[in-house]
Design a protein around this ligand. Structure first.
Ligand code: HEM
Length: 577
């Protein structure tokens, strides 16, 4: 108090009488303004004029126009609003606009599944196409005209036979490369690109005689998955011709939100500048790929580095045909491909790293999962006829991915729990007319969202809601396992997403969700079968500090682990160790 008085007397001594009265008037006006704002804003849940629908509650705020904008920057602010407003929805005023935040699953479902014209659903997406992926207005206008046809082409990713073709392509790559997920080579010349990106370090003093490597698990896995899964979509040439592809992709991903918010280029924000450079590089790769595809599809001669374009997926080929037919420019095609490529790696790849991290740090669960998946993962150690001096690599002979999905509830529960804890997607819609959201179920209430307001579903608000998930910050896969009865009356264990909606809903729902499930189970099953992991230097697993990155959490510090090969059962016999 004394220091405030001292400051005040210092200030007043520097000002003349006229200046003093202006300063007092300004301060008084400001105080009156914020006190009035606080007094007249905010409301508890009310009903609309018809008396049928509720209007969501809204807390009061101090600063006119800005409203709750500053509070949003505080970690835990939305969670505190969830505890305060128990209707499953609340509203915050920001920048003069009303924003509704929804965390009750049935209200979130109602919002995501709203039947609105496709043009309305695309309005915000169009803004993103330009700001994040660099689509020009002209190409965006063509895309909007052919939107239903473009949407229909995702059948090559989400349903048969395309889904099995793409999953089979990824599995075939994993069979070829699983032994070099970690090579245990200390010479960089003999290391894979994904190892080099993961700060790989062969440990001399690891367990006696057992080759051990220290790596950053996040980098190793997200790059391994990208390099081996994307050939199933974009073909092998695309991934092989651009070894720097993933480096630029992750730099771009770091700047994604800044790009989406259209932060002006003149602001000297290094992350934004790096992101723009990364986008230019990625677009140049995709432009070159599209040029090569044009020649290939027209039967013209292509550069020898594009000799295997036949193995590009039907999804990508048919998109190119559609875009060519409607005159989308090569630049535009590169941008639309950037959107697809980014969607294909940005969510599932880091989640696979997190899934492995959680499985390895729970040795009991890890062994249960290994036991559960063993009948569906055929991996053997071939007989060595050359003596102990020669290492014969183990072989992943086959994997029954349907078996993993339907018969391995703990593995599937681990996938679901990883999404609950580590994915933090955020759906947002603008209300172009007064809209009523009806919560399904008994006593379901309805809420009116007025025209011109925004509705948000931050998935984390539900995924960390203690009303639905006890000890929400703890990763506990078993919480998703349920006992049910199958058609033949047998008791079976299953794991389902339940009330979670990490893939969104409605027309915008993720088109790769069926593949993402297969991909996450496939890679996790292969890696836990072939490798063991432990914290470096015999330490203990620490709780990772995370930060949000677009729709996932990212470790603040590298996730360093020691990795060793596992001994697999000998071909034609013995059990796995
Ligand atoms: C666990 C991993 C994944 C999660 C949580 C996820 C989540 C989502 C979400 C929430 C959306 C909707 C975004 C919006 O509202 O506009 C979306 C869109 C999309 N996702 Fe995924 N995704 C995942 C993996 C994948 C994969 C592996 C692929 C492709 C192989 C993929 C392809 C797409 C595509 C193409 C779209 C855009 C569809 C459109 O233009 O409307 N996703 N994803």
């Amino acid at each position: 108090m004394a220091s405030v008085e001292a400051l005040w007397s210092d200030l007043t001594s520097r000002l003349d009488e006229r200046q003093q009265s202006i300063a007092v008037a300004v301060i008084a006006t400001f105080l009156v303004l914020i006190l009035t704002t606080k007094a007249i804003t905010g409301s508890s849940t009310t009903v609309d004029a018809s008396g049928k629908h509720k209007i969501p509650a809204s807390p009061s705020y101090w600063l006119p126009f800005l409203g709750h904008a500053f509070s949003m920057a505080q970690g835990g602010f939305l969670a505190s609003m969830r505890s305060r407003f128990t209707d499953g929805i609340f509203s915050l005023k920001m920048g003069g606009k009303m924003h509704h935040f929804i965390y009750k699953p049935s209200l979130a479902a109602a919002l995501l599944n709203l039947h609105r014209p496709a043009a309305e659903e695309q309005m915000l997406a169009n803004r993103l196409l330009g700001s994040t992926f660099g689509v020009s207005k002209k190409d965006a206008a063509i895309y909007n005209k052919i939107f239903p046809e473009a949407l229909a082409l995702y059948k090559y990713l989400s349903s048969e036979p395309g889904l099995s073709e793409i999953t089979g392509g990824a599995l075939s790559q994993v069979k070829q490369t699983i032994n070099s997920y970690v090579t245990f080579n200390s010479n960089p010349m003999d290391q894979t690109e994904w190892e080099k990106m993961a700060d790989v370090d062969v440990i001399e003093e690891g367990d006696k005689g057992v080759p051990t490597t220290q790596v950053d698990l996040m980098e190793l896995t997200r790059n391994y998955v990208a390099t081996t899964a994307i050939p199933a979509i974009y073909g092998t040439d695309f991934v092989e011709n651009f070894p720097e592809l993933w480096k630029w992709m992750w730099i771009y991903n770091e700047a994604f939100v800044l790009l989406a918010m259209s932060v002006p280029s003149w602001i000297p924000w290094p992350r934004l500048q790096r992101g723009k450079l990364a986008r230019r590089r990625l677009l140049a790769f995709l432009y070159e790929f599209n040029e090569a595809m044009d020649k290939h599809m027209d039967g013209e001669e292509v550069d020898p580095k594009w000799q295997n374009l036949d193995n590009v997926s039907q999804l990508v080929k048919s998109r190119i045909e559609l875009f060519r037919q409607h005159g989308v420019s090569l630049d535009g095609r590169a941008s639309f491909d950037l959107a697809l490529l980014w969607a294909s790696v940005a969510n599932s790849n880091p989640l696979i790293s997190w899934m492995l991290f959680e499985l390895y740090r729970d040795p009991v669960l890890l062994e249960q999962v290994r036991e559960e998946i063993a009948p569906y993962v055929k991996a053997v150690q071939p007989k060595n006829e050359f003596g102990s001096a020669v290492w014969v690599p183990p072989v992943l002979e086959d994997m029954d991915i349907d078996g993993l999905i339907t018969k391995c509830p703990l593995l599937k529960a681990s996938y679901i729990e990883t999404m609950r804890v580590y994915s933090c997607g955020w759906a947002m819609k603008m209300m172009y007319s007064d809209t009523v959201l009806e919560a399904r179920g008994k006593g379901g209430e309805s809420f009116l969202l007025k025209k011109g307001t925004y509705a948000h579903v931050p998935q984390e608000l539900h995924q960390f809601d203690p009303q639905y998930f006890s000890n929400p910050t703890e990763w506990q896969a078993e919480r998703h396992v349920r006992e049910t009865v199958d058609e033949s009356g047998n008791k079976v264990l299953t794991a389902e997403l339940g009330t979670m909606r990490p893939y969104g809903g409605g027309i915008k729902m993720c088109k790769g969700r069926q593949f993402a499930l297969r991909e996450m189970l496939l890679y996790a099953a292969a890696i836990i079968t072939f490798y063991d992991m432990q914290p470096p230097k015999g330490g203990s697993w620490s709780e990772p500090q995370t930060r949000k990155l677009v729709a996932n959490k990212h470790p603040k510090k590298p996730l360093k682990v020691w990795i060793k090969r596992r001994e697999l059962p000998l071909e034609g016999g013995e059990k796995r160790r």
